[in-house]
Design a protein around this ligand. Structure first.
Ligand SMILES: [Zn+2]
Length: 293
């Protein structure tokens, strides 16, 4: 595994000093984010190896300004880890964390899906109707995608078929209806509902706002449902709390939900499911190694 840190700095977030620093020191590793036509709105991103002298230099620069309490440094997440794996590392992992990079909108709630909100702080909610979506907006060439609500996972019929044929466990596939014809169930897409349980994260999992403020998370629901955080390490789970399902979700939720956004659990899959997805050449999945301890 090779671990990188992506550092993003934006003039509109009062990080002009960091933009200038990155431009002067790391011009070769830098790329602009978006197109700047208005002065004072430049945004840049730099990727450095997480155990490099370059990272250390950026870390010192940011930590010094956080100590001074500067708004642009203290009030925002400035970077995140990116982990790249060799294929063999993924093939040897007992469990993996599955992430879904493809997002689309509108969310189910905007299309008529009904939710009951269970917490006013983190917006944790329960879906109480079938999922209704604008199916024209689903990424057509991905076997999995999610809406911007974070908790609505859409899978292809090929995914559902592969899951059933391999007798995999921990999921049920619920119908999706199209908002243009809300009585007709989609043949191509279904909603992935994960029933497998992966328990809470083990202590060994390092959480933090970003690589520059370890152990200090961005936000916690005062009632304890959800945490807004970056994962500063790979994810560790208690072996005894995982129910052994091929796909499972953590009991803890992540993200600060509001309006249409809902906090979401992490998805953990078995090597058996990873292998089946690779063999069937299903697309749209992103993986990190996770650990049972
Ligand atoms: Zn809550």
């Amino acid at each position: 595994m090779t671990e990188y840190v992506n550092v993003r700095a934006s003039e509109t977030l009062d990080q002009g000093e960091l933009v200038a620093f990155l431009k002067s020191r790391f011009a070769a590793a830098m790329r602009p984010v978006g197109r700047t036509t208005v002065e004072g709105t430049e945004c840049v991103e730099v990727r450095v190896s997480s155990n490099s002298p370059e990272f250390e230099e950026i870390r010192r620069f940011i930590v010094a300004r956080r100590k001074q309490g500067l708004h642009g440094f203290s009030d925002f997440t400035i970077g995140w880890y990116l982990r790249k794996y060799a294929k063999v590392e993924l093939q040897e992992a007992e469990v993996l964390r599955l992430t879904i990079p493809s997002h689309f909108e509108p969310s189910g709630e905007e299309c008529g899906t009904i939710y009951e909100t269970l917490c006013d702080h983190c917006n944790w909610g329960r879906q109480v109707s079938d999922l209704i979506l604008d199916l024209r907006r689903v990424p057509q060439h991905k076997d999995i995608s999610e809406t911007i609500a974070w908790v609505e996972w859409v899978v292809s019929s090929k995914f559902a078929r592969t899951f059933a044929e391999k007798k995999l466990t921990g999921a049920e596939f619920r119908p999706i209806f199209d908002l243009r014809n809300p009585t007709k169930e989609s043949k191509e897409w279904s909603q992935l509902r994960v029933t497998g349980k992966a328990g809470v994260l083990a202590e060994k999992t390092e959480l933090g706002r970003d690589p520059f403020s370890p152990s200090e998370v961005s936000w916690r629901c005062p009632l304890g449902h959800a945490v807004a955080t970056e994962f500063l390490s790979e994810v560790y789970l208690h072996r005894n709390a995982w129910d052994g399902s091929d796909i499972a979700i953590t009991s803890g939720l992540f993200g600060q939900g509001r309006n249409l956004l809902r906090p979401t659990p992490l998805i953990i899959i078995s090597q058996r499911l990873y292998h089946a997805l690779q063999e069937a050449r299903l697309t749209g999945f992103s993986y990190e190694v996770a650990h049972l301890v």
